[in-house]
Design a protein around this ligand. Sequence first.
Ligand SMILES: Nc1nc2c(ncn2[C@@H]2O[C@H](COP(=O)(O)OP(=O)(O)OP(=O)(O)O)[C@@H](O)[C@H]2O)c(=O)[nH]1
Ligand SMILES: [Mg+2]
Length: 293
Amino acid sequence: MSHKAGFVNIIGNPNVGKSTLMNAFVGEKLSIITSKAQTTRHRILGIVNGEDFQVVLSDTPGIIKPAYELQASMMGFVKSAFEDADILIYMVEIGEQELKDEAFFNKITNSKIPVLLLLNKIDTSDQEQLETQVQLWANKVPNAEIIPISALTGFQVKEVFDRIIELLPESPPFYPKDQLTDKPERFFINETIREKILIHYKKEIPYAVEVDTEEFFEEDHIIRVRSVIMVERETQKGIIIGHKGSALKRVGVEARKDLEKFFGKQIHLELYVKVNKNWRSNQNQLKRFGYNN
Ligand SMILES: Nc1nc2c(ncn2[C@@H]2O[C@H](COP(=O)(O)OP(=O)(O)OP(=O)(O)O)[C@@H](O)[C@H]2O)c(=O)[nH]1
Ligand SMILES: [Mg+2]
């Protein structure tokens, strides 16, 4: 029996719905999703296995002009996603006009591999706007196949997946058939906590935060976790903790609920906050947190 497999890498501007789409394909919440830009900071694999296929999806950070080391590393992940793709998914959202980074945009328009341009969030548009947008992107990226979708409602998501399978090259699988992702358990704990921080704190705070899980003990019926929330400055520490610890407590309660669903087990989650001065601009710290490319 023939077997198909390959890398399908999702790229695009921040906040267009890349992570929502990957989670929809995989059927698990591998990537965190919020209404804020720059939610995703890593390249995260989501693997969909069938008897005669393996689709290795990559969710990537939204494309930005990097202003500090962390963002430069995030763009390194995007770059790597261009290098090993068998199929590129370029996601745009309704109303969007351009990809801000010209070099990346040229890579897309000159791509030798198939490009699926997914016009997302069409649940928020009408027919007329949709037609104008399809025309706009057909002119800008003539080498792409344009498919309007809604990653949120699932509209046309199955059709995109079927098209991916058609386009996939013949190949043996790259990963064991029961593998879902390339990231370890601790990564999903860090990300779930960071999602709650993105949701509950304003302005610069979420962008100054990194989460590191220092302890992870799995017992029969419970997983015991201790994670540190790192901020860049003393003032941010106070804001994260909140009045009598109430803000931090809310993060802990909400993250624990999500993690219990994700792991299917009771979770004991201990959180504390630490200042790690300017970690976003420190190469060694970034390497330690997995931003090494
Ligand atoms: N209305 C609508 N909203 C959507 C759709 N897809 C995603 N969203 C919302 O758009 C926001 C961003 O979604 P994400 O999946 O986090 O976007 P992203 O491209 O991964 O963002 P970054 O990781 O920051 O680059 C969230 O609030 C989603 O719920 C859609 O099809 N329709
Ligand atoms: Mg994302």
